[in-house]
Design a protein around this ligand. Structure first.
Ligand SMILES: *Cc1c(COP(=O)(O)O)cnc(C)c1O
Length: 291
C-alpha cells in the first residue's frame, strides 16, 4: 500500500486575491494520493474494499457513465490490489472506446453496457446470468461509491487536516464526499459544497440520503452549463491557476470548485481572516485541460 501518498499534503495558496481579502487559503492535495485511484475515489473505495474482503467476495461490480472517474478508479484498484472488477456502463458501446473506458478495460475490467432505463431501474440481476457472473462472488458498489462506507472513508479527509480552519470546500457529484466531511466537523466549522451541474435539489438529497443536518453545510452552484460542460472562461481559469500554482485542475469538478471559491472570496462570502481549506478531489486523469 506504500504506493499511496497518505496523508495527502496540505499546501497554502497565496496570491493577490487571498492577500486582498485576507483569506488563509489551503488546498488538500487528494489528487496526489495515487496517479490512477486519485482523490475522493480512493477515499470512497477504501472501506468498501475492506468490506468485500471480509465477505470473501473477489469481484467488485459497480456502475457509471462512460466518463466516470469512479469506474476508472475501481478498475485500477482491482488491478493493483488483485480483485476482479465489473463495470455496468450506462448507454451503448461506442467504438473506439474513450480514454477512460479503454483504461478500465486495459486494467482488466469487464464492461457491460445497459440502456438508460435498465440502468435507472437497477435491473441488474438479469445481467448477471447473461454474463456468466456468480452472484455469490459479487460485492455491489453503488455508482460513485456513494454508500455509508464511502462516507466513512471521506471523513478521514478532515482527520488529516492538522490546522484549524473555518471553512472546508469540496466539489459535489453525489455529495458523498461532502457528507463525510460534514460528519467530522467541529461546531465552528462550515462545509461548502460546489455543485458542478444544475441540480437544485442537491442539498435536500444529501440531507435525506446521508442523514446530515442542512445547517452544517451549504451548496453553491457553479454549473458552467452542465455536467462536464465548459466555457472559455473556465478553461482560462484552469490554465491561469496552473501557471500560478503548478496545480492541475480538471474541468468537470475541481476547476469549477476552485473557480467558485475564488468567486466567493471576491464577493466577501468568507469573513476576513478566515482559514479556508479546499479539497482537490482529483479527476485530472480523465478530464485534463491541454495547457
Ligand atoms: C467523483 C468526483 C467528485 C464527486 O464526489 P461525490 O462524493 O460524488 O460528491 C468530485 N471531484 C472529483 C474530481 C471526482 O472525480
Amino acid at each position: 500500500m506504500n504506493e499511496f501518498l497518505l496523508p495527502s499534503p496540505l499546501q497554502q495558496i497565496e496570491n493577490e486575491l487571498t492577500r486582498k481579502f485576507n483569506i488563509h487559503l489551503f488546498i488538500k492535495r487528494d489528487d496526489l494520493i495515487h496517479p490512477q485511484i486519485s482523490g475522493n475515489k480512493w477515499r470512497k473505495l477504501k472501506y468498501n474494499i475492506e468490506q468485500a474482503r471480509k465477505e470473501n467476495k473477489n469481484t467488485m461490480l459497480t456502475f457509471g457513465g462512460a466518463y466516470s472517474n469512479h469506474i476508472t478508479a475501481v478498475a485500477a484498484a482491482g488491478k493493483l490490489l488483485g480483485f476482479i472488477t465489473v463495470g455496468i456502463i450506462r448507454g451503448e458501446e461506442h467504438a473506439p472506446l474513450n480514454k477512460s473506458l479503454q483504461f478500465a478495460k486495459d486494467c482488466g475490467m469487464k464492461l457491460l453496457y445497459v440502456d438508460r432505463e435498465t440502468y435507472r431501474n437497477k435491473n441488474y440481476e438479469l445481467q448477471f446470468t447473461n454474463y456468466d457472473l456468480n452472484k455469490d462472488d459479487i460485492y455491489l458498489l453503488p455508482e460513485g461509491g456513494a454508500n455509508e462506507l464511502g462516507v466513512k472513508g471521506c471523513k478521514e479527509i478532515v482527520d488529516e487536516i492538522y490546522i484549524d480552519f473555518d471553512f472546508i470546500c469540496s466539489a459535489c457529484g453525489t455529495g458523498t464526499t461532502l457528507a463525510g466531511i460534514v460528519q467530522n466537523l467541529k461546531p465552528h466549522q462550515t462545509a461548502v459544497g460546489i455543485a458542478i451541474l444544475k441540480h437544485e435539489t442537491l442539498a435536500n438529497e444529501i440531507v435525506s440520503k446521508f442523514g446530515i443536518q442542512h445547517s452544517s453545510f451549504n451548496i453553491q452552484h457553479y454549473p458552467f452549463g452542465g455536467y462536464a460542460k465548459t466555457t472559455p472562461e473556465l478553461i482560462k481559469f484552469i490554465k491561469d491557476f496552473y501557471d500560478e500554482q503548478q496545480i492541475m485542475l480538471d474541468y468537470v469538478y475541481t476547476g469549477k470548485m476552485m473557480y467558485g471559491i475564488y468567486d466567493l472570496i471576491s464577493k466577501n462570502y468568507f469573513p476576513e481572516n478566515s482559514t479556508v481549506v479546499v479539497v482537490h478531489t482529483g479527476g485530472v486523469v480523465n478530464a485534463n485541460v491541454n495547457l
